[in-house]
Design a protein around this ligand. Structure first.
Ligand code: TXA
Ligand code: MG
Length: 346
């Protein structure tokens, strides 16, 4: 465990970063912060190491991993071609929370891409992540550093809760900024297709590419999701979770109040996912957790996974969650909430 939270400049020269990078080069596993969530990193080019990542997380083996790179030279070694559309997206959003699915160069990173002929790549916008990748001189395969089925980690503490004893080290860079994972976009077709909503919004992508498709599988429609990871119910809170809609925030709060009272009358321990604006409208006796400000969805995304973990810690029987507009980063927030709630709306 290395705390490098306070280091601002010259991360590349720090011994902690070099120790961690040496572990990666020796096929060990290191958790590290990115601007989205913490990743569980290992040498992306060695199949046995990638296998260890799957084992440490308890992840289904048909779900491919993202390779994290620090420069364009690394990209050229992994992909078969770089379409113009990808060029434009990289120019606009790298380094940043956009993962691009490319046609894979034959023979590369077999295990990380779970047998697909594509490979998912991202250049994270975090000085510590970039320093680690540069020092390791390898593409680092990294899923989110949580146990499969738990909320993604946004602090080193979350990582240790899930993976202590299963990995070789954690670089603690403090809480992550964005709080939900990167957007995954497939550019192997004519139109870029969002396979997972995340830190870069559909609106931002359209500005660059002119058009964008959303994989119907992630909207809860009939089709199977194109991104293998999206078919799994990522996180199920121990308590039964319900997403509460309303015509406006005041009506939503009113409905949550009524639902909470009814559940408490049945003797249930109630959790409420609220906002800074609404937190004081709820009665005492419930586990009410504010999840950022409704007026600032970026702050909601940043708090989301920590709040979900808090409900599990409190041991609530039922959770009523306020819902959010699906524009901007709201698409990612509602995607993660809907998965956590098993698509149960009220
Ligand atoms: O923000 C993030 O993306 C974080 C940080 C650590 O970078 N990583 C992350 O990784 O969320 P993970 O493994 O939890 O999610 C990767 C997603 C999964 O839904 C997976 O199915 C999809 O990317 N994916 C990976 N390779 C793919 C491919 N070749 N084609 C389609 N989807 C792919
Ligand atoms: Mg994940």
């Amino acid at each position: 465990y290395w705390n490098v939270d306070k280091i601002v400049d010259g991360l590349e020269d720090y011994p902690q970063v070099h120790e961690a990078a040496a572990i990666v080069r020796n096929n060990g596993l290191i958790a590290f912060p990115t601007e989205t969530v913490y990743g569980l990193g290992g040498n992306g080019l060695v199949d046995e190491t990638v296998e260890k990542i799957y084992t440490a997380k308890g992840r289904p083996s048909d779900n491919p991993l993202i390779l994290h790179i620090a420069d364009r030279v690394q990209l050229n070694e992994l992909v078969a071609e770089i379409p113009l559309m990808a060029e434009a997206l990289m120019e606009a959003f790298w380094p940043g929370p956009l993962t691009i699915v490319f046609p894979k160069k034959p023979g590369v990173a077999m295990r990380a891409s779970a047998g697909l002929d594509t490979v998912a790549i991202r250049m994270p916008d975090h000085p510590l992540a970039l320093a680690l990748i540069r020092a390791a001189q390898l593409p680092i395969a990294a899923p989110s550093a949580n146990l499969s089925g738990r909320p993604s980690p946004t602090t080193a503490q979350h990582v240790l809760e899930d993976l202590d004893g299963r990995i070789d080290g954690v670089l603690d860079g403090g809480p992550t900024g964005i709080g939900v994972e990167s957007t995954v976009v497939d550019i192997t077709g004519d139109v870029p297709m969002i396979l997972r909503p995340g830190g870069v919004t559909a609106e931002q992508i359209v500005e660059i590419t002119g058009e964008v498709a959303i994989d119907p599988g992630i909207l809860g429609e009939e089709a199977a999701p194109k991104s293998p990871g999206m078919k799994y119910r990522h996180y199920a809170p121990k308590g039964e979770m319900w997403l509460v809609r309303g015509e406006n925030p005041a009506q939503m709060t009113q409905r949550v109040r009524e639902l909470a009272r009814a559940a408490a009358d049945e003797g249930k321990k109630v959790g409420i996912l609220a906002t800074e604006e609404s937190v004081h409208s709820y009665d005492g006796g419930y586990t009410v957790v504010p999840c950022g400000e409704r007026s600032d969805l970026i702050s909601v995304a940043r708090r989301l996974y920590d709040v979900l973990r808090q409900f599990d810690q409190a041991g609530v029987d039922v959770i009523f969650a306020e819902t959010f507009p699906e524009s901007g980063v709201g698409a990612a927030i509602m995607n993660r909430l809907a998965k956590a709630a098993g698509n149960r709306y009220l």
